[in-house]
Ligand binder design. Structure first.
Ligand code: GDP
Length: 428
């Protein structure tokens, strides 16, 4: 098909199967614009019918063009359909598209998903959003198949990872099975607890015997195995030997987990040996962990013992909570009211220009929860101000054990409008 506006005239319908759901995708074609076309009336009519028949509407806008008058019409038609609407902003691989998106966000659809159809970016988020918003139908995946949570158990040699995995597998009410992982030598272990499915990734790596030396080589190997497991996990359990506290290697592993946007729990293992220090012991220990792993301040610390089994069920409970928090969404209207309140209470502090205002906020994704703030001027907000925003968001919405991401973009001044004006004057 030629990449010229208005050439996709026909309504194209395509059956697809996503995650065991059978769907019909309908592309409404050039429903808007191309009004010189003698077939336009038919196209518009077919488009209307497609909207009327749909269970869900995905409005696609061009992020590089920014907001154009046609978008208003499409938005109105989508809204008038009374169906759930997802706004997909395309071409977001292009840097110019980032700032132009504000007006599109302001159309007020929820969710807004940024994609690049050409580069395949964000497409997974879009399909997830579609499946989530679709009305339940008889064709859906059976109820009992709750989504599984993938867990990486990582830490230095001797911290107690294999003891912990074995303990979890011994717990009552757990059904365990081994399944091949993605790489040739990796094995995952599935366990069911309270009707929830956990996949412990790369258990072959954990249970591999002999990796007890403190030589540089073995440490590098364990960081490497940890990275591989982290890549595939939703939640990372960083196992520390509580008698030794965190080391640089733990910091490296934790850093990889934060960068990958995984939920994180700090499991202070061998707590049976720490009891002698009494109540104060845990306070002192936690303070030391917070000091040494500052960037993990959002991660809960659990004092456990793989030997005595103390608090193992608590660990699974925490994993479940973190996995949920990592997928949490804040509705756009609520988020904007909240942002307005907290930026009014403490106006933004920027590294450059003064009088920075936050014009609009939106959540752009989950896993981890990611937010974008549009500001009136090109600037970066001061590091301490970003901390303030993050802390307030956490106080309000929790995000227990999950990293969150906040990015700041400038609203594109005039650009969107200039283009829009040019487009209006240019018949296509
Ligand atoms: P991994 O290398 O991280 O898999 O560590 P292991 O599970 O092999 O444990 C290393 C050593 O610590 C073994 O001798 C375990 O018996 C011991 N260990 C593990 N967990 C605990 C615990 O909670 N308390 C005590 N006292 N010892 C533990």
């Amino acid at each position: 098909m030629a990449p010229v506006a208005g050439t996709t005239r026909d309504v194209i319908t395509q059956p697809v199967v996503w995650q065991e759901r059978a769907l019909t995708l309908t592309d409404t074609g050039g429903m808007f614009g191309a009004s010189q076309d003698p077939l336009h009336e038919i196209v518009v009519d077919r488009g209307r019918r497609a909207l009327a028949d749909a269970d869900l509407v995905v409005m696609v806008a061009d992020g590089r063009e920014g907001f154009v008058p046609g978008d208003q019409d499409v938005a109105a038609a989508a809204r008038a359909s009374g169906k759930s609407v997802i706004l997909a902003i395309n071409k977001m691989d292009d840097r110019r598209a980032r700032d132009g998106a504000l007006e599109l966000y302001r159309l007020g659809f929820d969710p807004v998903i940024e994609v690049s159809a050409e580069h395949g970016l964000g497409v997974g988020d879009l399909t997830d959003a579609i499946l989530q918003l679709l009305p339940a139908s008889g064709r859906a995946v059976p109820e009992h198949e709750t989504p599984e949570t993938s867990v990486a158990i990582v830490g230095r040699p001797n911290a107690g990872k294999s003891s912990l995995v074995n303990l979890l597998l011994r717990e009552e009410r757990m059904i365990v099975s081994e399944t091949p992982g993605t790489t040739r030598d990796s094995v995952d272990t599935m366990l069911t607890w309270h009707r929830k499915q956990f996949r412990i990734v790369d258990t072959a790596g954990i249970r591999r015997p002999g990796a007890v030396s403190r030589s540089g080589q073995v440490e590098t190997l364990s960081v490497m195995l940890a990275r591989r497991a982290i890549e595939r996990a939703d939640v990372v359990v960083l196992v520390l030997d509580a008698t030794e506290g965190p080391t640089d290697q733990d910091g490296a592993i934790a850093g990889a987990a934060v960068d990958a946007g995984r939920g994180i729990i700090i499991a202070a293992n061998k707590w049976d040996l720490m009891k002698v220090h009494g109540q104060d012991g845990s306070k002192v220990f936690d303070e030391q962990v917070r000091f040494q792993l500052k960037f993990l301040d959002f991660a809960p610390i659990l004092h456990i013992s793989a030997k005595t089994g103390e608090r193992a069920p608590k660990l699974l409970e925490a994993i479940e909570r973190v996995a949920e928090a990592r997928m949490a969404r804040v509705p756009t209207g609520e988020l904007n009211r909240f942002m307005e309140a907290i930026t009014n209470a403490h106006p933004p502090v920027s590294t450059g220009s003064r009088n920075v205002r936050v014009l609009y906020a939106a959540q752009t994704g989950v896993g981890p929860p990611s937010f974008v703030l549009f500001t009136n001027v090109a600037t970066r907000l001061h590091f301490s101000y970003m901390r303030y925003l993050e802390n307030r968001l956490r106080e309000e919405y929790g995000f227990f054990g999950s990293p969150i991401r906040i990015s700041v973009r400038r609203r594109a001044e005039h650009r969107g409008r200039g283009r829009a004006a040019r487009r209006e004057g240019t018949p296509r």
